[in-house]
Design a protein around this ligand. Structure first.
Ligand SMILES: [Cu+2]
Length: 67
């Protein structure tokens, strides 16, 4: 298991957290997603190798900014 953590700007509530979670879970290899709008962090648990840029681009596609 590998974990990646991102600093994410723009999440304002639990609904935003769920958008990020649901979006990232569609990526093959993503096992679990933790998102916190208060901490402005997204943590992803992977069950195989996924490039961090793939995760980053997905978060940005969903509409949030990765710092
Ligand atoms: Cu929101």
């Amino acid at each position: 298991m590998k974990e990646l953590e991102f600093n994410v700007e723009g999440m304002m509530c639990g609904g935003c957290e769920n958008r990020v979670k649901n979006g990232l879970k569609t990526i093959d290899g993503v096992e679990e997603v933790y998102a916190s709008h208060t901490e402005k962090k997204v943590k992803v648990v992977l069950n195989k190798d996924v490039d961090a840029n793939v995760i980053k681009e997905k978060i940005e596609d969903i509409g949030y900014e990765v710092k």
